[in-house]
Design a protein around this ligand. Structure first.
Ligand code: CMC
Length: 423
């Protein structure tokens, strides 16, 4: 921790304050000493740290990502998704006994109430699975009204188990609904990710076993998506949670945040883009369109990473293993050419635009057989423990209150109401 500071003088009063700089951050409270009515205009929170957090560390300049201190590369290589969920929520890796108990609790909650299954069937037959997921997670709050008691840590834990456990079930049901196929109910001995793959792909085969390489690859992808500090959806989770809403409502809101193409929807947008480009030969022309501002290079750029996203590096390696099982995704060549052209072009170099997590993940999902509109759903399953860890951390943080930023009013001054006949 540094002991730097700067001094600021208020030209209106001549008063001076010394503002400590802690880890590159100044506290608004120190500046407001000068003037209690002063606000900080920071559109899109470009310069704002809204909380202290012990969960995830990102060094965007050097492409570093750690969960609770553990490098993402080590977790992707040695851990598994449920263990990472435990780590994010509890701060430590579980012992064998803790891991066994944790897996038991998640397994115990994978079924959804039959009325939830029926509720999902009530949505339009071709509903986007993210729309279905958002609605169904929100509907869960009506099934667990006791979740409103967010002050009881044990009660919070049960809702946490339920949410992590039921996300894959709801995701697979959303997919099956679209096809008019019957739901596959959870078979828990296959493990969290294997069970999900079975619920997705199995039709009428009681002995169905998911491919172990694809199961491991998806598990790694879930690990990579499990948390990313104060991104749009996690900030939404904290914002809604700060009003003491129940966790189902808050996770539904966070899922809505994830749905957008600038956040979790980008993996879907990447595949659309690669299909639009269509061939290796069209890559340069597409890059020119991006540079002219006509379109975005989807899966490139990040608010925090100003170098290669470490998750993209791991995904690229995982892709090779997946393609050995599924065969090569023909879009891979276009993606790799696109990356090569962009990484050597001053437009992208000057703006520090590198591939992010979404650039290659969609290629893997597509090769595994997931339809494009399921990609963001997979992201949501992975991000659920991160949302819940932040929710819990926020509720336990004595400095946190209901989120209530201010605005700079730029509308008209007071004016008198004009009757409609005189307008
Ligand atoms: N393609 C072309 N130009 C870009 C891109 C891109 N993907 N991203 C940023 N730029 C340009 C942008 O036009 C701006 O240029 P200029 O300075 O000339 O105006 C400059 O780079 C800075 O960009 P910005 O929009 O101010 O950056 P931001 O931090 O507000 O946006 C972002 C970050 C991720 C929304 C943006 O890079 C983007 O839209 N990327 C494409 C969508 C995407 O891949 N999203 C997934 C993000 S990672 C996973 C997740 O968080 O969900």
């Amino acid at each position: 921790m540094s002991e730097e500071s700067f001094t600021i003088t208020d030209n209106r009063s001549g008063e001076t304050v010394t503002v400590p700089i802690v880890d590159g951050t100044i506290s608004s409270a120190a500046l407001r000493e000068l003037d209690k009515g002063m606000w900080f205009y920071d559109p899109a929170y470009m310069s704002t740290a809204n909380c202290n957090s012990k969960i995830t560390y990102i060094d965007g300049g050097n492409g570093i990502l750690r969960y609770r201190g553990y490098p993402i590369e080590q977790l992707a290589e040695h851990s598994n998704f449920l263990e990472v969920c435990y780590l994010l929520l509890n701060g430590e890796l579980p012992t064998e006994a803790e891991a066994e108990e944790w897996v038991h609790h998640i397994t115990y909650h994978t079924y959804v109430h039959e009325d939830i299954a029926q509720f999902m069937k009530g949505l339009r037959y071709d509903a986007h699975p993210m729309g279905t997921l958002v609605s169904t997670v929100a509907a869960l709050s009506t099934f667990y009204p006791e979740a409103k008691d967010i002050s009881d840590p044990h009660n919070r834990l049960i809702q946490t188990h339920r949410l992590i456990a039921k996300m894959p079930t709801m995701a697979a049901f959303a997919y099956k609904n679209r096809l008019g196929l019957p739901y596959e109910y959870p078979v828990n001995h296959l493990g969290y990710t294997g069970n999900f793959l079975r619920m997705m792909w199995n039709v009428a085969d009681p002995g169905y076993e998911p491919d172990p390489i694809l199961t491991r690859a998806l598990d790694i992808l879930l690990i990579l998506h499990a948390d990313h500090e104060q991104n749009c959806s996690t900030t939404t989770m904290r914002t809604v949670g700060s009003s003491n809403a129940d966790p189902y409502s808050a996770v539904a809101a966070a899922t809505c945040g994830l749905y957008g193409p600038l956040h979790g929807g980008a993996n879907e947008a990447v595949i659309h883009m690669l299909h639009d480009i269509g061939s290796f030969d069209n890559v340069t022309a597409y890059v020119e369109k991006v540079k002219s501002g006509e379109t975005l290079l989807q899966g490139f750029g990040h608010r925090v990473y100003k170098s290669y996203d470490p998750r993209a590096t791991i995904i690229k390696k995982t892709a090779d293993q997946v393609f050995e099982v599924t065969g090569l995704n023909p879009l891979l060549d276009i993606a790799m050419k696109l990356e090569e052209v962009a990484l050597n072009d001053p437009y992208f170099i000057d703006r520090n635009l590198y591939p992010n997590v979404d650039f290659y993940s969609g290629l893997i999902y597509e090769a595994m057989g997931f339809p494009m509109d399921m990609f963001t759903v997979l992201f949501a399953i992975g991000r659920t423990p991160g949302w819940l860890a932040h929710w819990q951390e926020m509720l336990d943080d004595p400095e946190q209150k209901i989120y209530r930023p201010r605005q700079m009013y730029t509308g008209p001054d007071e004016r008198d109401y004009v009757p409609i006949s005189n307008r």
